[in-house]
Design a protein around this ligand. Structure first.
Ligand code: NAP
Length: 320
């Protein structure tokens, strides 16, 4: 443990659009925010190529560039942006305790959680290779589908996300092949019916992904294996979409904050408040529905405003 404990008015955990927007608002409200970037500075957007759906960028911008702009704006108002990974919290007392890299202890009046969620991938070496190259692997059809207009793509997953994203892709792409590993969907019946009734979506059940095929630079197809018959089929495709779920990065809060079955933090409806006073949540850590940069930024703003009002109410109580 560290020998000097730092006291902070507003600590922001996470550096995606939610965290940086919270920082901009908190800094402008003179809350002197300290923001810890976490293990993936910039968050999920740094794994996206072009962002074309964030208002204010008519010509689009790459995800990493956009996050640099967000950071610059937060620093312009004196946000203290730091490297470091929050490894432990203790929200049991009036002062919220946070540990960074297991050593540095910080006592916070308010904490804004913006730790996001991570898309799950299959983990195949070929999938990871083309993901890193930006060569045709994605976990976000809404972000990247546009780049595959008129082309053939493959999407893996049988949940609501996979159905929603396959349907979205079907409006842009010539053909969408869905790989569902079981003989049944996990998705709701209505979402399943939507993909079944879409002409240019082909559904392959009992089908696993063996390999993402490519020419060394970009994806050219997907090798699949039927897990009942053993039949191997190569499907031509220029895009491979993983839609097998997301994991919210909320495990370190599990002893204190209410979370749903999949780990998303439960906020008080219409606010960023959690079940602990002075602890607020923004972005994908609490959102399994929208998961967009612009919605994350919106809830980051809410969290900073809620934190500011919480502190103001506390000061009034102390003075009275
Ligand atoms: P999900 O419900 O957990 O579904 C994940 C899907 O991916 C399942 O079909 C699962 O197969 C498959 N899968 C998991 N690991 C796999 C692997 N290694 N290889 C191949 N397939 C794999 O996740 P989600 O679809 O992201 O949905 C998450 C939550 O958000 C759900 O509660 C959902 O209802 C909700 N949601 C709602 C909407 C909406 O209402 N508009 C939209 C999106 C999401 P198995 O079934 O065999 O496990």
């Amino acid at each position: 443990m560290s020998d000097t404990i730092e006291r902070v008015k507003c600590l922001i955990i996470g550096s995606g659009p939610a965290g940086y927007t919270a920082a901009i608002y908190a800094a402008r409200a003179n809350m002197k925010p300290v923001l810890y970037q976490g293990i993936e500075p910039g968050g999920q957007l740094t794994t996206t190529t072009e962002v074309e759906n964030y208002p204010g960028y008519p010509d689009g911008i790459t995800g990493p560039e956009m996050m640099i702009e967000f950071r610059k704006q937060a620093e312009r108002f004196d946000t203290d942006v730091r490297d470091g990974w929050v490894t432990k919290v203790d929200f049991s007392g009036d002062v919220h305790k946070v540990w960074v890299n297991d050593t540095k202890e910080i006592h916070c009046d308010t904490v804004i959680i913006s730790t996001g969620a991570s898309a799950k991938y299959l983990g195949l070496p070929s999938e990871q290779k083309y993901l890193k190259l930006g060569g045709g692997v994605s976990a976000c059809a809404i972000c990247d589908g546009f780049f595959y207009r008129g082309q053939e793509v493959v999407i893996v997953g049988g949940g609501d996300s996979a159905c929603e994203e396959a349907h979205y892709l079907s409006k842009l792409c010539k053909k969408v092949t869905m790989l569902v590993r079981r003989d049944a969907f996990r998705a709701s019946k209505i979402m399943e019916a939507r993909v079944r009734n879409t002409e240019n979506i082909e559904i392959l059940h009992n089908t696993n992904t063996e390999e993402v095929l490519g020419d060394g630079q970009v994806v050219t197809g997907v090798r699949t294996k039927n897990n009942v018959t053993g039949e191997i089929i190569d499907i031509p495709a220029t895009g491979f979409f993983a839609a097998i779920g997301h994991k919210p990065n909320t495990d370190i809060f599990k002893d204190y904050l209410d979370r749903d079955d999949t780990g998303y933090i439960i906020n008080v409806s219409g606010t960023s408040k959690t079940n602990i006073e002075g602890v607020f949540v923004s972005g994908d850590a609490a959102d399994h529905v929208y998961r967009q940069a612009v919605t994350a930024a919106g809830t980051g703003c809410m969290a900073a405003l809620d934190a500011e009002r919480y502190l103001a109410a506390k000061e009034v109580t102390v003075k009275a």
